[in-house]
Ligand binder design. Structure first.
Ligand code: CMC
Length: 438
C-alpha cells in the first residue's frame, strides 16, 4: 500500500491568532487526495467533526474504488461490468482477497479449498433450534455467524496470516450453508447438506430449494443471475457494515465475531435491508392501486413530514446511476423472460416508478438514482427467494468483502484500534445530590 505525499500542503489557520498548522496531503492512485490530520489534536488541541463520515477517509485501501459522480465501481482495478460478464463469484472472491484474478490452476485450487469447507459443524443445527421459527433471518444470521467463533478455534489468531486465510475460506464456504439452513428452519423443512460436485452458486440454490423427496435441477439462467447478485454485492469499499467490521476487528477480536458485527449492521433498511424494504414498498403500492397510484406515492415521498422514502433509490456515494443497478436491471429482464414473467405486475410497477422518479425534479435535483437494491429484490423474488431472506443473501455475498477488508487492515503496519473522539455538549461536572433533594 502506498500513499504518495503531494507537493501541495494544506494550511489551517485560526481567526483567534493561534499559530497556523501545515497539514500534509497524500495522493491515492485514483480518487480524491486526503489531508492528513493525525497530528491535529496534539498540535492544536482540537478534533475534526464529521458525523456520518461525509468527508473522512477512515483508512487507505487497495481493494475497491468507487467514483460516485461517474457511477463507476472497480474491484482491484477491474470494472464491475467486466467482472459481472466474464467472471464468476469465486473468481471475484479470489480477486478481492488476493489482489489478482486467478489463473486456471489457482482457480481450481481456490474452488477446491472453498468446496472442502462447505459443511458446518453438526452442532450448529442444535444452536439454530433455539430460535423461534418466525425469527427474522438476519437475527438468525447474526447469531449463527457469531456462533462460528465458538466452533473454529484453530483459525482465530488474527496475527497469523495463515489463520486469516483459513478464516476467510471458511466464511465464504459456510455462509451459503448457514443462509439455507436459516431458511429451511423457518419453513420447517429438513436441512439439505452441501453437495460438493456442484458449483458454489448451484450448491446454494440446491440447499435452498431441494428437499429429501425432490432434488433441485439447477436452471442455468437463474444460477447465473444469483451468481451475479453475489458478484455485485461482494464489496463496496468503506460502507457502514465494512467500517463496522474494521472497527470491531481493530480491537483484535475473533474474525467470526467481527463479521457477525457486519451482518448486524447490514440488516438496517438504510443499508442492506433496503432490498427487502424496496420490495415491501412495491407490494404496498401494488396493494393500494398499483401503477395508477404512483403519483400519490411520489407525492408522499416528497413530503418531508411523511417519513416515506423511495426505497432502492439514492446512495451516499453514487450521485449517478449505480453501475450495479444497470447490471441488475439487465439480469432482471433475463430472469423474468426465462420464467415467462415479463408481465409481472411488480416489475411493471418498478419500471413505471423508475421512469417517473428519473424525470421528477425532486429526484433529479438531488441526484437520486436507483441503486442495486431496487432490482435485486425483484430478481430474488422471481427466483423464489422469500422477501425476508434478501438481506441474508446480501450478507452471504458481502462476507468476502468484509473479510478481505479486515485482513487488509490487520496486515497494515499502520493499523491501530479505531477510537473516534467527540464534541461533548452534555452536563459539566456536578455533584450527586442525596435522593431527597433530587
Ligand atoms: N427517497 C426520498 N428522498 C431521498 C431518498 C429516498 N430514497 N434518499 C435521499 N433522499 C433525499 C433526502 O431527504 C435529502 O433531501 P433534502 O436535501 O431535501 O433534505 C437528500 O435526498 C439527500 O439525502 P441524504 O439523506 O442526505 O443522503 P444520505 O447520503 O445520508 O443517504 C441513503 C443515503 C442511501 C441512506 C438514502 O438515499 C436512503 O435512505 N435511500 C433509501 C434506502 C436505500 O435504498 N438504501 C440502499 C443503499 S444501496 C445498498 C447498500 O449500499 O447497502
Amino acid at each position: 500500500m502506498s500513499m504518495t505525499p503531494s507537493d501541495v500542503k494544506a494550511t489551517l489557520s485560526f481567526s483567534d491568532g493561534s499559530p497556523n498548522m501545515d497539514l500534509p496531503i497524500y495522493k491515492g492512485s485514483i480518487g480524491p487526495d486526503v489531508i492528513d490530520i493525525r497530528k491535529l489534536y496534539a498540535q492544536t488541541g482540537k478534533f475534526t467533526y464529521d458525523p456520518g463520515f461525509l468527508s473522512t477517509a477512515s483508512c487507505n485501501s487497495t481493494i475497491t474504488y468507487i467514483d460516485g459522480d461517474v457511477g463507476e465501481l472497480l474491484y482491484r482495478g477491474y470494472p464491475i461490468e467486466q467482472l459481472a460478464t466474464n467472471c464468476d463469484f469465486l473468481e471475484t472472491c479470489y480477486l478481492l482477497l488476493n489482489g489478482e484474478l486467478p489463473n486456471a490452476g489457482q482457480k481450481e485450487e481456490f474452488v477446491e479449498s472453498v468446496t472442502n469447507h462447505t459443511m458446518v459443524n453438526e452442532q450448529m443445527q442444535f444452536f439454530l433450534r433455539g430460535f423461534r421459527r418466525d425469527a427474522h433471518p438476519m437475527a438468525v444470521m447474526t447469531g449463527l455467524v457469531g456462533a462460528l467463533s465458538a466452533f473454529y478455534h484453530d483459525s482465530t489468531d488474527i496475527n497469523n496470516p495463515e489463520h486469516r486465510k483459513i478464516a476467510a475460506i471458511r466464511l465464504i464456504a459456510k455462509m451459503p450453508t448457514l443462509v439455507a439452513m436459516a431458511y429451511k428452519y423457518t419453513i420447517g423443512q429438513p436441512y439439505v447438506y452441501p453437495k460438493n460436485d456442484l458449483s458454489y452458486t448451484e450448491n446454494f440454490m440446491r440447499m435452498m430449494f431441494a428437499t429429501p423427496c425432490e432434488d433441485y435441477k439447477p436452471n442455468e439462467v437463474l444460477v447465473r443471475a444469483m451468481d451475479r447478485i453475489f458478484i455485485l454485492h461482494a464489496d463496496h469499499e468503506q460502507n457502514a457494515s465494512t467500517s463496522t467490521v474494521r472497527l470491531c476487528g481493530s480491537s483484535g477480536t475473533n474474525p467470526f465475531a467481527a463479521i457477525a458485527a457486519g451482518v448486524a449492521c447490514l440488516w438496517g433498511p438504510a443499508h442492506g435491508g433496503a432490498n427487502e424494504a424496496a420490495l415491501n414498498m412495491l407490494e404496498e403500492i401494488q396493494k393500494n392501486g398499483g401503477v395508477e397510484k404512483i403519483g400519490d406515492f411520489i407525492a408522499q415521498v416528497k413530503d418531508k413530514n411523511s417519513g416515506v422514502k423511495l426505497m432502492g433509490f439514492g446512495h451516499r456515494v453514487y450521485k449517478n446511476y449505480d453501475p450495479r443497478a444497470k447490471l441488475m436491471r439487465e439480469t432482471c429482464h433475463e430472469v423474468l423472460n426465462e420464467l415467462g414473467l415479463q408481465n409481472d405486475p411488480m416489475f411493471k410497477l418498478a419500471m413505471a416508478l423508475e421512469k417517473i422518479a428519473l424525470e421528477d425534479e425532486y429526484f433529479v435535483s438531488r441526484k437520486l438514482y436507483p441503486n442495486v437494491d431496487f432490482y435485486s429484490g425483484i430478481v430474488q423474488r422471481a427466483i423464489g427467494i422469500p422477501v425476508p431472506l434478501f438481506t441474508a443473501i446480501f450478507a452471504l455475498a458481502r462476507t468476502v468483502g468484509w473479510i478481505a477488508q479486515l485482513n487488509e487492515m490487520i496486515g497494515d503496519p499502520e493499523y491501530k484500534i479505531g477510537r473516534p473522539r467527540q464534541l461533548f455538549v452534555g452536563a459539566e461536572k456536578r455533584d450527586v445530590k442525596p435522593m431527597a433533594q433530587r
